[in-house]
Ligand binder design. Sequence first.
Ligand SMILES: Nc1nc2c(ncn2[C@@H]2O[C@H](COP(=O)(O)OP(=O)(O)OP(=O)(O)O)[C@@H](O)[C@H]2O)c(=O)[nH]1
Ligand SMILES: [Mg+2]
Length: 327
Amino acid sequence: MADIKEAADALSVTSEGLPTIVWYPGHMAKAKRLISDNLKLVDVVIELVDARIPVASANPMLKELIGRKPRLIVLNKMDLASPAITKAWVSYYRSQDIAAVAVDAAQGRGIKELVKLTAKLAAGKTNRLENKGAKARAPRAMVLGIPNVGKSSLINRLAGKVKAKAENRPGVTRAKQWIHIEGGFDLLDMPGILWPKFDDPMVGLHLSYTGAISDEAIDTEPVVLRLIGWLRENFSRDLINRYKLELGGGESLPEDNVELLELIGRKRGHLEKGGIVNHDKTKKLLLKEFRAGLIGKYTLDLPPDKPEVQETEAENNGTGSKEDSRD
Ligand SMILES: Nc1nc2c(ncn2[C@@H]2O[C@H](COP(=O)(O)OP(=O)(O)OP(=O)(O)O)[C@@H](O)[C@H]2O)c(=O)[nH]1
Ligand SMILES: [Mg+2]
């Protein structure tokens, strides 16, 4: 499994100690060429983004790269994202005339609709070819996405439906492997790695929260402290429930993120001699549980036309009825 660090040229930090990505123009041009070479082979592009961070996990240059080729945006890992905000994202894309669908490639949710939509988008091209007298062929698609977004899971999930029937087609440049997806299209059996946006510190932060940037590559302390702050501001009820942070009457969570981290650490018994909290243990726990959706199902990037969704979500989460099932 690759991560952003391997795809990027360098990982750097901002003045606040937050991760940011540095790309060199030469390497970027090479990556672009690699993608455009493969793009030539397909009729439709399946762009995978992480439903929790549709902005941070998207490639801002893809639109320009693929030109007028049909594109389907797939919001993967929907099982970990806020259902209401995922819905809002799908409507947003559709309002922009971009086909979009939410899926869970790990469990197979949404895959049928994905196949249907891809076939429909690609059919325009093959129909045009046939009208010009070319021999009929199945439409072709490829999967693109940043590291760790679920490209292999999606390809396996699609291939699994037809028992991974792969074939080596002659006549195609460098004899690529294609998987025939029944009732749908031919899928290029090789995902294209995209690079995420790199000029916005929020992007690095959100990629770290969700694990697209591996923890070994960065100092997780400032990242986890920001995450704790975000959770406290938006979903304090979830934190209280998950970590059983019983507070005295009228008391609220500590404003200080380090204090809150230590409170959680103490609750989980992450103590060393002298009653000092082992920050490292608590940081790892928080990241693991956040990424697994155990604290709650959150979407960090909001659609441009729906900034108010997060608030509604926070209110809904505060009702307490679903917390029991999370332990
Ligand atoms: N919860 C959840 N996890 C998923 C989903 N799709 C993929 N994953 C997990 O995400 C991780 C990365 O998935 P991969 O399919 O390896 O992602 P990839 O894009 O091929 O990654 P690289 O090859 O490293 O670029 C794995 O641990 C998967 O099990 C999903 O829909 N839901
Ligand atoms: Mg992969």
